[in-house]
Design a protein. Structure first.
Lengths: 114, 114
């Protein structure tokens, strides 16, 4: 069964600090991994996407890494801002299907405090 | 550009009443369409997905149904709501190999069944 596990479940940091969120998956065959940011009461928005051959991808202060061998990904947030407070969801897609049967993690809730 | 519209934003309905949530996509043809539900503090659960008109797959047994009367319109319905139907409902679309291009989510509908 395909699974995506995220840790920690929640995280509180001070503004300006860095943090790293983790995603472990058991999805096969692996196609790609995407991190989404979901603000409270809104739909998720894609931050990064990584395929099998990529191991680092940056989007501003967000940097995602992927280790396809250990089936782990991380999302590193640098110099956090209050607006980074949100839920971060790891989504792993399998195979080559047209109608995505992607597997969603439960998310990590990040709170950035002043 | 592609956009997705979802309404209403919030809805309070009594137990036993019917439900109709609508989602439309603009700027693309033959999208894959999805309905997700998110319980408070939980991850996204795929309810239905559709790869074309009259082609709808249900992921979990439930009190809900979905229809796709037009290529870019996806409707989530219930004849009689249950308390357990409360949650945050998200519509999403994708095109091509969704496993690469990912999902674009609507802004969500907060449903409270009382």
């Amino acid at each position: 069964k395909n699974q995506v596990e995220q840790s920690p479940q929640s995280l509180i940091i001070l503004e300006g600090k860095n943090c790293t969120l983790q995603c472990n998956y058991t999805v096969s065959p692996f196609s790609n991994l995407r991190w989404y940011k979901q603000d409270t009461g809104r739909g998720p928005v894609s931050l990064t996407i990584m395929t099998f051959s990529e191991n680092t991808k940056s989007n501003g202060r967000y940097t995602a890494t992927l280790d396809a061998d250990t089936k782990q990904s991380s999302l590193h947030i640098t110099a956090s801002q209050l607006s980074d407070s949100a839920s971060y969801i790891c989504v792993v897609s399998a195979g080559n299907t047209n109608a995505g049967k992607s597997t969603f993690g439960d998310g990590t809730t990040l709170t950035v405090k002043p | 550009s592609q956009t997705i519209h979802q309404w209403p934003a919030t809805l309070v309905q009594p137990v036993g009443s019917p439900l109709s949530l609508e989602c439309t996509v603009e700027g693309t043809s033959n999208p894959n369409l999805y309905w997700y539900r998110q319980a408070a503090g939980r991850g996204l659960q795929l309810l239905f997905y559709s790869i074309g008109i009259d082609q709808i797959s249900s992921e979990v047994p439930q009190n809900l149904s979905a229809s796709r009367p037009q290529d870019r319109q996806f409707i989530l319905s219930s004849k009689k709501l249950l308390l357990s139907d409360s949650g945050f409902y998200l519509c999403a679309w994708s095109v091509g190999q969704v496993t690469y291009y990912g999902y674009t989510f609507g802004s969500g509908t907060r449903l409270t069944v009382v």
